[in-house]
Design a protein around this ligand. Structure first.
Ligand SMILES: [Zn+2]
Length: 82
């Protein structure tokens, strides 16, 4: 398992990983990306700040996206622990 930054498709609850997903493209505006969800065809723009860490297996990460149940969202408070 590893922790990867991803963006959640709020329509079908698939997480797309910035590093491996082919559906995420940078936009002309700095810090903005567009994700085309290959699962439900939803297309949405997002800022890098809206990405969240998710714990996933290496196999799932390499496919570029994780279906609901294949990822574990890291709570925002977890990163304050040190
Ligand atoms: Zn979707």
């Amino acid at each position: 398992m590893s922790i990867q930054m991803g963006i959640l498709c709020e329509k079908c609850h698939t997480v797309h990983f910035i590093v491996t997903s082919h559906g995420i493209k940078p936009m002309p505006t700095p810090g903005m990306y567009v994700v085309s969800c290959g699962v439900c065809s939803e297309r949405r723009e997002f800022r890098t700040e809206t990405m969240r860490p998710y714990r996933v297996s290496e196999e799932v990460f390499q496919t570029g996206h994780a279906n609901e149940g294949e990822y574990f969202a890291i709570p925002p408070s977890a990163k304050n622990k040190s």
